[in-house]
Design a protein around this ligand. Structure first.
Ligand code: SER
Length: 317
């Protein structure tokens, strides 16, 4: 199977590439990104090329030349960045998706596009948020993700394209940094504490959000795509979560390992509003039943692993 990852230079793509290579073979994974510097970095571990997913002609050439069977469409501006330029966020997020879906229809590819907790809004039940529930987001990112879920389901029912996706919560990782998301604090804090022993948090201390550690997120990307489609009652998109915590709780966990760490709060108004509209905790039982979702990492084990991986990274090991 030949796999193309578009938007490969971001937080997920950077770690998805080696994960896909280990499962499907090094030469069968192509990394594509808009930015030359990302492509240069990815080129050290994989076949990598510059591609603007909004440029349909070039996108088509890549799909046809490499005989692509599966697309991971990771192109997106995240929630907080999206609020700075909503029209551009719509153009990029939806433009990359419709192009991916169209090419998948023409070249018979399957497509994975991450959805997000951003699909939910204030009117969604916040505790144990069900799989099928009210989705009235108040960010352009969320509007794109709901539209993307609907469009992906439409391409499946109307044209038979094999589209699947998960609603990712915050993803915590120690490879490439996330950028422009509301959940990014849960990654930033590790770098700041290990560098300066102090962190100023942009999210109010008691705001709960769902989170996943990257190894579980990567497994979701491939387990869902590889599962027997006859098991799937849903497609776009599945709730997935592994832990739900507030800033206060993750900081207490970090303090167990770095006792002199100092935390302060200076809530950012945009991120505060977004985080208040998202679930406190999601019900991911459909993912568990339909394709065996079973995350391994929790707050305790993730915190320990992040601290040791980022210490090693910062000391150049
Ligand atoms: N991590 C994303 C964000 O905060 C949510 O999907 O925007």
């Amino acid at each position: 199977m030949n796999i193309l990852v578009v938007g490969a230079g971001g937080q997920i793509g950077t770690e998805l590439i080696p994960h896909l290579q280990s499962l499907y073979g090094e030469d069968n994974v192509i990394a594509a990104d808009l930015k030359k510097e990302n492509v240069d970095r990815l080129g050290q571990i994989s076949r990598a090329l510059v591609l603007d997913a909004l440029d349909m002609d070039n996108y088509k050439k890549v799909i046809s030349e490499f005989k692509i069977d599966r697309i991971y469409n990771l192109v997106a501006l995240l929630s907080a960045t999206g609020e700075k330029s909503p029209q551009i966020a719509w153009q990029i997020n939806m433009g990359a998706l419709i192009n991916s879906l169209e090419l998948a229809r023409e070249y018979n590819c399957s497509v994975f596009t991450p959805s997000s907790i951003g699909v939910f809004g204030h009117s969604t039940p916040h505790v144990n948020t069900p799989q099928d529930t009210v989705m009235r987001p108040n960010t352009i990112y969320g509007v794109c993700k709901v539209s993307g879920e609907l469009l992906s389901d439409y391409y499946h029912t109307r044209f038979g394209v094999d589209t699947r996706s998960v609603r990712f919560p915050g993803i915590i990782s120690n490879g490439a940094l996330p950028g422009g998301g509301t959940t990014d604090y849960a990654v930033e804090v590790f770098y700041e504490i290990l560098k300066d022993k102090s962190y100023v948090c942009p999210i109010p201390q008691d705001t709960y959000m769902d989170m996943l550690y990257m190894p579980d997120a990567l497994k979701a990307c491939t387990d869902l795509m590889d599962c027997d489609p006859s098991r799937l009652k849903h497609r776009n998109s599945f709730n997935v979560t592994a832990m739900s915590f507030s800033p206060k709780e993750i900081f207490a966990e970090i303090k167990k390992h770095v006792p002199d760490a100092k935390f302060q709060f200076d809530p950012d108004p945009v991120k505060t509003e977004i985080s208040a509209s998202w679930p406190d905790s999601m019900d991911d039982s459909c993912a568990r039943e339909e394709w065996g979702w079973n995350p391994k990492w929790n707050l305790e084990s993730m915190t320990k692993d992040m601290l040791s991986a980022i210490s090693a990274k910062l000391s150049g090991k």
